[in-house]
Design a protein around this ligand. Structure first.
Ligand SMILES: NC(=O)c1ccc[n+]([C@@H]2O[C@H](COP(=O)([O-])OP(=O)(O)OC[C@H]3O[C@@H](n4cnc5c(N)ncnc54)[C@H](OP(=O)(O)O)[C@@H]3O)[C@@H](O)[C@H]2O)c1
Length: 312
């Protein structure tokens, strides 16, 4: 607890797609005054956050020792599969080594770590996946996240991993999420002068709304603040199976554009990706934690806030 009795949370990666939603939830939730949330960011640090480069281990140790948080939420990562595939050393430095430094410092401070991971730890051949199922990542991103999970839990078994699938939510540019990144091509295809847009119909995803994940994370932090620590591997997922073709149709409906979409029935990605990693969310559901906003409602609300959808 901080000197004024508040529960102190270090939110690492607060400038990212998920980190921003978590910061917003912790600031606005009932009981927010009982929390002290210190946000970190790297390239997008602002007046409300501390600039922290996770590759600078001394800086990470110094930040945590000075703050002495009760809990540390790690939402910082290299999460672009193609970047990880091309630079596995960078993926490892951020997704494994930096997390190990945070873990050992947290253990010394008695802080609880909640680290975000991914459904890409699985190969996608036999869904749904329980937290205890054996990981079998297909690409460097998934491998780095499995190694990060293992390093964290080996360092302190009372820490926690939260695996998530494809995320979307309030964004600052279309490419921040693989959901909203489809929008420019969808809009472009609606112009009679343009050809149809090809959309993957091979892989099944479970698009999950970042404000819903933020509610889950707040629930997990509240458990910790009450002394009921959730440890080990947890998972949270939206419950609407959708291919990117389905997602694109949903976006076209929300925008009321007459898109020309073609289903791509075989994978075309250079980096191998799993076909269906549906995550079983039962462990958190049994604790009464969670919220799921229907895709059509969430995407409609999001796109209404971003009226400029002219093709780029
Ligand atoms: N996005 C998805 O669809 C998805 C799906 C499943 C799981 N996840 C997991 O969810 C978590 C959050 O992902 P996200 O989509 O929110 O990622 P994101 O939007 O790419 O944000 C990444 C965050 O990491 C920070 N960061 C990057 N390099 C850093 C460094 N060297 N030092 C300090 N901070 C650094 C960024 O800070 P700056 O921008 O300020 O540099 C940013 O805050 C990750 O663990 C990811 O693996 C994401």
């Amino acid at each position: 607890m901080s000197a004024d009795g508040r529960f102190t949370v270090a939110l690492i990666g607060a400038s990212g797609l998920l980190g921003r939603a978590v910061a917003a939830e912790l600031a606005s939730a009932p009981g927010a005054r009982d929390w002290r949330v210190v946000r970190t960011a790297r390239s997008r640090a602002d007046a409300a956050s501390v600039k922290l480069d996770l590759l600078d281990h001394d800086a990470v140790r110094g930040f945590l020792r000075e703050l002495a948080p009760d809990a540390i939420v790690v939402a910082a990562a290299e999460r672009r599969p193609d970047v990880c595939e091309n630079d596995p050393a960078l993926a490892r430095a951020l997704n494994v080594d930096a997390l190990s430094v945070i873990a050992s410092e947290a253990r010394a401070l008695g802080a609880w770590v909640l680290s975000i991971s991914t459904d890409y730890v699985f190969d996608g051949t036999s869904p749904p996946y329980s937290p205890g199922d054996a990981p079998a990542p297909l690409n460097a991103y998934g491998k780095s996240k499995v190694d990060g999970e293992r390093a964290l839990l080996a360092s302190d078994p009372s820490s926690c991993v939260l695996r998530l699938p494809l995320l979307y939510g309030p964004f600052s540019e279309w490419n921040e999420s693989a959901v909203t990144s489809l929008t420019p091509a969808i809009v472009k295809s609606a112009d009679p002068a343009n050809p149809p847009a090809s959309m993957d119909a091979w892989a099944t995803r479970y698009p999950t709304f970042t404000p819903d994940v933020a509610v889950v994370i707040r629930g997990m932090l509240e458990h910790r603040a009450k002394g009921a620590t959730i440890s080990g591997i947890t998972q949270w997922s939206g419950d609407e199976p959708m291919t990117k073709f389905d997602i694109a149709q949903g976006i076209a409906r929300a925008l009321k554009v007459d898109a020309k979409l073609v289903a791509q029935l075989t994978p075309t990605d250079a980096t191998p990706r799993p076909r269906d990693c549906h995550l079983d969310s039962g462990r958190l559901e049994a604790l009464g934690i969670g919220r799921r906003t229907p895709f059509d409602i969430a995407i409609g609300g999001l796109l209404a806030k971003y009226p400029d959808v002219s093709p780029q």
